[in-house]
Structures are given as structure tokens and as C-alpha cells.
Design a protein around this ligand. Structure first.
Ligand code: 13P
Length: 287
């Protein structure tokens, strides 16, 4: 059931659990995530970066695929189709394409530009029934070629953006996209705590979910995180399972080269990873 993300995140914040945002890259990814959410009776958010959107032949194609798949698979749990780290222009494209949720990432702009764009997009998104995420303080690492060092968000700026009426707020707390370096000092819970004090009921978003130790994820959820974004971990398990299949020579046995067989171990590995994360985030049985 395709919905916006506002209600599921309000419920998560109230219930002290988080909804998983899993990035999709193709049909296999989408199918694995939807089937797992349905099996576990968990709400879920499908994240689409601008790069992945382009790869999948554009946001129109993605929206059509997700809508049709949700229907064909008989998915009953709430599913949000969400633009991840959208530009100003990207947000408009996704609104037009029929996404149910957008993220406007104005964290690379000065705060006044971020406020102005976010305000405008909140009005349009809400008028059309979409939910909207905003960001304050850059998330570290590399996403679609944009490299950021990962600064901590200023709680006062978070309060300003939260007051614009966004449905969820991503705030940098030392988190990084991709695999964390050995010497990563960990999440800044003091900053997260200060942000939650300033933003009250606002569902907070933890980006860079890959590789954050489980106890830190759980603690972040107790401090107001209601959405956790995971991308790289699904890519890594997909690649590993596919490599094993090929290294075992299975693509050369019978019709093992058939993409339905070749991609099956990777698709199963994504299901396993999504299940593990939904259990960790506490969203199982909440739909
Ligand atoms: P990871 O790739 O580190 O899991 O981050 C995903 C993310 O935050 C997408 O917005």
C-alpha cells in the first residue's frame, strides 16, 4: 500500500522504534525489500537517490515500477516511495512523477537558502499529500559523487527547519555514508540529545546506517531517531552472494547463467539484510 511517510514515522516516534529506509537500485532490490516488509508486517520506505533514479531510466520509470509492483505483489503494509538527498529541481521531478515522499537536502547551502527552499517545498508537498524530509548539517562520506566530511548539525538551526513543518529531519551527528573508517569516533549522542530537546516530536532521521554498531543504533532510537537509512550494506551482501555464485562456477552449470538464477542469491541476501535491520529497528509487526 503506497502512502506518504508522515503517519508511519509519527507512530514510530510514539512507539520508540524506527522505520527502515532502504535504497533501491533496480527491480530485484525493490522486490526483495517489499516482500520482506510484507512477510514481517513492517512499514518500509524505499529510498531513491538522484543517481539511482537516473540509472533506472528516470523517476517516472521508478514510480511506475514501484506502484505496479506494490499492486502485483499484493503488498498490504505501508510503503513510502521517497526521494533521497534531493536537489531543489529533483524534488519537483519526483512530485510530478508520483513519489509519495521527498527529501530536500539543502545542507550544502547556507541556512537562509535551505530555509527558503524547504519552506516552499513543504507547502507544495503537503498540498499534494506528500511527506517531506529536510537536512541540517552534512552527512559525511560520498553519495552520488558528492563528498562531505560529516559535520554536526546546529540544534538551533534544526529547530528553525523543524518549525517549517517538515515531517522528518535528518541532522548530522557524526554519521557517514558508506563503510565507516577504522578510526571513526562514533555517533555524537550529546548532539542528538540537544537536537531532540529542540525539536520535540519531530521524527529524526539517521543516515549512513551501514556499519553503525547495533548498540549505537538502538541508543539513537531511544533519543528520537525514527527512520534509519541503509544502502551500502545491501549492496555489499548482494555483491558477495553474486561473487560466491560465480566463483563456485554455478553460472556454468546448466542454465545457471539465466539472470533469474544468477541474481537470485543476491536478491535473497538483500532479504536477509533487510530482515536483520527491521528486527534491529523494532519495526517488525508494526504494520
Ligand atoms: P549507507 O550507504 O551508509 O547505508 O547510507 C545510506 C543513506 O544514508 C542513504 O541516504
Amino acid at each position: 500500500m503506497l502512502v506518504n511517510a508522515a503517519e508511519m514515522l509519527k507512530e514510530a516516534k510514539k512507539g520508540h522504534y524506527a522505520v527502515g529506509h532502504f535504497n533501491i537500485n533496480n527491480l530485484e532490490w525493490t522486490k526483495s525489500i517489499l516482500l520482506t516488509a510484507e512477510e514481517l508486517k513492517s512499514p518500509v520506505i524505499l529510498g531513491v537517490s538522484e543517481g539511482a533514479g537516473k540509472y533506472m531510466a528516470g523517476f517516472d520509470t521508478v514510480a511506475a515500477m514501484v506502484k505496479a509492483m506494490d499492486k502485483s505483489l499484493g503488498i498490504t503494509v505501508p510503503v513510502a516511495l521517497h526521494l533521497d538527498h534531493g536537489t531543489y529541481e529533483g524534488c519537483y521531478k519526483c512530485i510530478k512523477a508520483g513519489f509519495t515522499s521527498i527529501m530536500y537536502d539543502g545542507s550544502h547551502d547556507d541556512i537562509e537558502t535551505n530555509v527558503n527552499h524547504t519552506k516552499e517545498l513543504v507547502a507544495i508537498a503537503h498540498h499534494l499529500g506528500l511527506s517531506i524530509e529536510a537536512e541540517v548539517g552534512g552527512i559525511g562520506g560520498e553519495e552520488d559523487g558528492v563528498v562531505s566530511m560529516g559535520e554536526c548539525a546546529d540544534p538551533e538551526e534544526c529547530e528553525r527547519i523543524a518549525n517549517l513543518g517538515v515531517d522528518m529531519l535528518a541532522a548530522g551527528i557524526g554519521n557517514i555514508h558508506g563503510v565507516y573508517p577504522e578510526n571513526w569516533p562514533g555517533l555524537r549522542f550529546d548532539v542528538l540529545d540537544a537536537i531532540q530537546q529542540k525539536t520535540g516530536d519531530m521524527p529524526l532521521v539517521l543516515h549512513g546506517g551501514t556499519g553503525i554498531p547495533d548498540d549505537m543504533v538502538k541508543k539513537a532510537i531511544t533519543l528520537g531517531v525514527s527512520k534509519v537509512n541503509v544502502n551500502t550494506e545491501c549492496q555489499l551482501v548482494f555483491a558477495e552472494a553474486t561473487r560466491k555464485y560465480i566463483e563456485a562456477g554455478k553460472d556454468k552449470e546448466g542454465k545457471g547463467f539465466d539472470p533469474r538464477k544468477l541474481l537470485a542469491p543476491g536478491a535473497e541476501a538483500i532479504k536477509g539484510k533487510v530482515k536483520e535491520k527491521m528486527e534491529l529497528f523494532g519495526s517488525v509487526g508494526k504494520a
